[in-house]
Design a protein around this ligand. Structure first.
Ligand code: DLL
Length: 432
């Protein structure tokens, strides 16, 4: 089934004409209402009237995560706060959150684009959908929640965690669709098996809408086998509104992009020039309809490729291939974005700790674990044990404040973390 046939199957010339019309509006909206954009346009000697074709987008300035941080919390908003009806946020590169706002119309558009990828995966009003993403500032849970309600599915807003209860609810409520990160889906399969429940035989889950982190085709196969379900991949990021940028249809051959709301470019991350169609590069996104927080040429740092070849499902929208990596060092731990710079900003402010640290990421079963190894200073090292314990506790609390997760902490002897002549290796990712 196709949720919005008129848009999703629109001939490409018409779709591109619509994109251009909306691009012009969005650029003018940002320029007129957001001082940051006015300054950036002025610096480039541009005015919104210079945008006369989709290719003209290449002349426009980029937006990066730090622009949102520098204008924290509301400086990038293009409407007054009394028109903003919802706020979400994601991790910034340091202590500050990246804040996103939505007007009522933004929320309507959001549930529309999410409804499309939900329908693409074959989820309908007949489904019972369990949302096991964490509710809160994260866009995943509420984004899917409103999209699923729009489609008419029966929503179970269980949120993340308490896995045995998740399995019990799944069984008793007759869940047919699971919404979570891919890693949590495999973890739940394992928990179910430990409880003596065979997900294929004893549960009715037949489809999973996954996203928020990358997963390989092998990982997908494993989920599909363990659950006996169709597992689709869905992409988005808070800065442009959250989930709903793109999602897979049942043919699983790339994610259909909601091109009437988002204009995607794939650029060489070094030269920032477009790469030929089908080749990998950095995904750069311009929002076409967002009122509260219009974003021009947002550098996502995600690596992928785009094809405009028609899909056998009948949709004409461009398809984004699986995200294969990032150009920066952002980690995703159990669906939560973590930047090493956030951790560093916490530990440099704690007396007794040296700025020498390493982040070790492992996978226990199907769940990610993060350990932060940090050196203590010489003077503290020779001090009493109680002081060390107090430092560790302080670090734990500060990290939780900034990251909202609780990594393991290991205080280590001075000079025990390897020094390198070149770039420090801060992250040891043993998950692959
Ligand atoms: O993760 C939005 C989302 C929620 C998408 C639920 C889909 C489903 P953020 O927390 O801002 O937003 O994280 C965005 O997560 O730049 C990617 O690096 C990564 N990411 C999100 N979805 C995928 C995916 C949400 N399907 C960042 N595959 C992005 C690979 C993904 N990476």
């Amino acid at each position: 089934m196709i949720w919005n046939k008129e848009i999703e199957c629109m001939p490409r010339e018409r779709l591109e004409a619509l994109q251009l019309e909306r691009l012009k509006q969005s650029v003018a909206h940002a320029y007129e209402r957001v001082p940051h954009y006015r300054r950036a346009f002025d610096a480039a000697g541009l005015v919104p009237g210079d945008v006369n074709s989709l290719e003209d987008i290449r002349r426009l300035p980029f937006t990066v995560k730090d622009d949102l941080r520098d204008n924290y919390p509301y400086g990038m908003f293009a409407v007054p706060l009394n028109q903003v009806v919802r706020l979400h946020a994601s991790s910034g590169t340091t202590g500050r959150l990246t804040v996103v706002g939505y007007t009522r119309r933004d929320l309507e558009n959001w549930s529309e684009v999410v409804a499309r990828f939900i329908t693409m995966a074959g989820v309908t009003a007949d489904d019972v959908a369990q949302i096991s993403f964490g509710y809160g500032l994260f866009t995943g849970a509420l984004g899917l929640h409103y999209g699923l309600e729009r489609v008419g599915a029966t929503v179970i807003p269980i949120s993340g965690g308490n896995s045995e209860r998740q399995v019990m609810v799944m069984k008793d409520f007759g869940t047919t669709a699971l919404i979570s990160t891919p890693t949590y889906a495999l973890h739940l399969a394992e928990v179910a098996e430990e409880m003596g429940i065979d997900p294929r035989r004893d549960l009715k889950v037949r489809v999973g809408l996954f996203g928020g982190e990358a997963f390989s085709e092998e990982y997908r196969r494993e989920i599909q086998n363990r659950w006996g379900m169709l597992a689709t991949d869905n992409y988005g990021l808070s800065e442009v509104g959250g989930p709903g940028v793109s999602g897979e249809c049942e043919l699983l051959c790339g994610q259909h992009v909601a091109e009437d709301h988002y204009l995607l470019e794939i650029l060489d991350p070094t030269t920032l020039e477009p790469v030929p169609e089908g080749q990998e590069g950095e995904v750069v996104i311009t929002t076409l309809t967002r009122e509260a927080l219009p974003v021009i040429r947002y550098r996502t740092k995600d690596i992928s490729s785009l094809t405009r070849e028609p899909c056998a499902c009948g949709r004409t929208t461009a398809r984004l291939s699986k995200i294969t990596g990032r150009t920066d060092d952002m980690l995703i731990i159990r669906g939560v974005n973590v930047f090493p710079s956030q951790i560093e900003s916490v530990l440099v402010n704690i007396e007794g700790l040296a700025p020498h640290y390493q982040i070790v990421v492992t996978r226990k079963g199907y769940l990610d674990e993060m350990e932060i190894q940090v050196e203590v200073t010489e003077s503290i090292f020779s001090d009493e044990y109680r002081k060390l314990e107090a430092i560790e506790e302080r670090l734990r609390q500060q990290l939780f404040k900034v990251l909202a997760i609780r990594p393991r902490i290991k205080l280590v002897e001075p000079k025990s973390i390897e020094r390198t002549a070149g770039k420090a290796k801060r992250v040891i990712d043993l998950r692959k």
